[in-house]
Structures are given as C-alpha cells and as structure tokens.
Ligand binder design. Structure first.
Ligand code: NDP
Length: 246
C-alpha cells in the first residue's frame, strides 16, 4: 500500500459504523495502520475485512469509551507498540435524548456527558504526548452544528459538542508552535444511525452518505492541513472563523 499516510498510525473511535467506519477505511487506503475503537465487534470485524481485502492494516479495539481506565490502557499500548500516534479521530458520540432541558433524566445526562465529554478529554490526554512524538500529528474532534444553534430540546447534546470545541481550541493554543494540528469538525446532517434517531421522519436518502462526509474530513488528517484550533464545516468545505478572543 502506498499513500499519503504510509507508515503512520491513526486512532479512530466510533469505527464500527457511520462516519468513523468510512474515515477508518480512507485512512487505511492512504497507508495508515488504523487502530479502530468501538463496542460492536461485528462492525469492527466488517471494517477489518474491508481494509485487509484492500491491502491495509488494522488493530481492532473493542472498548466501551465510558471506561476511562480502558482509554488510558489503549494509550499505553500505542506507546509500547509505536511510541507515537500520527492521527487521532475522536468521533464516537451519542445523542443522549432530545428533551426539554429540565426533563432530561440524570442518568441519561451523565451517560452522554461521560461519552461525549469525559471520554473526549481522556482521549486527548492519553494521545497528546503520542501526537507530539509524531513528526506531523493531526487530531480531529467531531462536533455538530448543534454546538452553536441553541435549538430547543437539543441542550444536552449541544452542551457536549460545545465542550469538545472548547477543549480543541485550548489544546490548539497550547500546541500552536508544534507541528501538531488539532481541529473540530461539523460533519453536517449525515445518513447514519444517529441522524435517524434524531430525525425519524426524515428520508435518509436526502442526506450525504458517511463516505462522502469522511472524504471531506480526510485532508484534516494529512500534512495538507496547516490550520489549528478551528472548526471545519463539511457542508461548506471550509474552516469557519471564530470570533477573536476578548
Ligand atoms: P453513529 O451512531 O452512526 O456511530 C456512532 C459510533 O460511536 C459507532 O461506531 C458506535 O459504536 C460508537 N460509540 C457509541 N457509543 C460508544 C461507546 N460507549 N464506546 C465506544 N464507542 C461508542 O454516529 P455518526 O457516524 O452519525 O456520528 C459520528 C460523529 O459525528 C458523532 O460524534 C456525532 O455526534 C457527529 N455528528 C453526526 C451527525 C449526523 O448527522 N450523523 C451530525 C453532526 C455531528 P458502537 O455502538 O459499536 O460502540
């Protein structure tokens, strides 16, 4: 296999289906060894079959990302095997529930925060030294338009995505002088299980496929991208400009 990511190691969470699955395939097609994380072994095995058939390489990691110690162990294993990580894709996420802010069950709130926020931070923490050890580390954290749209009933999910974007911006400011580049991505409405859960009445065929979205995200994980601390909007195929800090 030859490609832009030959010899590189890429960690993708939420790789068992949807956007993460497709992005993992594209990273492998560019030559990266893909460390694929999710809970569903069948989905990971399907991914492995596809990547291997195309001549690529994977390491499958069946892991519930609400297991923080598991994330730490994964970082340790990557350190032992490769001593570096070239690309991090924090993609696994959950919608939680669409409900008035005062009606969200504490159990659902905590679980959604744990996956979308705590695990995002824990992955960043474990990957940061590994990404710094790579010659041109790249990280992408999946956000959503919900982080900014303040739509009624989307408060829980929106809060988790806003938290992810805030972490990415600070992380970028801490690493700006390094080769490491870290960005958030708003994939936009995409034909996946999560979107169907949020919008059951919508015709999925009217939406871009996860493969199309993944193709737009891929350049953010290559040397091509020199931006850091920004939000990439897939629909507009460009980085959006944040308001300057006060
Ligand atoms: P899917 O629901 O299709 O896939 C979610 C992925 O996350 C699956 O691989 C799932 O694997 C994994 N995951 C969920 N919970 C856990 C867990 N506890 N531990 C480990 N892995 C977990 O989602 P999408 O592909 O649609 O979403 C990908 C990202 O894009 C998400 O962060 C989402 O918020 C964001 N996004 C999506 C949009 C859309 O329209 N689809 C719009 C805006 C943002 P498994 O169940 O096997 O563990």
């Amino acid at each position: 296999m030859t490609g832009r990511l030959q010899g590189r190691v890429a960690l993708v969470t939420g790789a068992s289906r949807g956007i993460g699955y497709q992005l993992a395939k594209l990273l492998a097609a560019e030559g990266a060894h893909v460390v694929a994380v999710a809970r569903t072994v069948g989905g990971l095995e399907d991914l492995d079959d596809e990547i291997r058939a195309a001549g690529g390489a994977t390491t499958l990691v069946p892991l519930d990302l609400t297991d923080m110690a598991g994330i730490d162990r994964l970082g340790g294993a990557i350190h032992e095997r490769w001593g570096k990580l070239d690309a991090l894709v924090v993609n696994a996420g959950a919608l939680g529930v669409l409900a008035p802010i005062g009606h969200i069950q504490a159990k659902v709130f905590d679980k959604t925060m744990r996956l979308n926020v705590d695990a995002t931070w824990r992955l960043i923490r474990t990957a940061d030294p590994l990404l710094r050890a790579a010659p041109a580390g790249r990280a992408v954290v999946m956000s959503s338009g919900a982080a900014h749209s303040a739509k009624a009933y989307w408060g829980l999910y929106a809060a988790t995505k806003a938290a992810g974007e805030a972490m990415v911006k600070s992380w970028a400011n801490e690493t700006r002088s390094l080769p490491l580049r870290v960005n958030s991505v708003n994939p936009g409405a995409t034909r996946t299980a999560m979107r169907a859960l949020a919008m059951p009445g919508e015709d999925p065929q009217t939406l871009p496929s996860p493969a199309e979205v993944a193709a737009s995200v891929l350049p953010l994980l290559t040397d091509e991208t020199t931006e850091t601390g920004r939000l990439f909007d897939v629909r507009q195929n460009r980085f959006l400009t944040y308001r300057d800090p006060d």
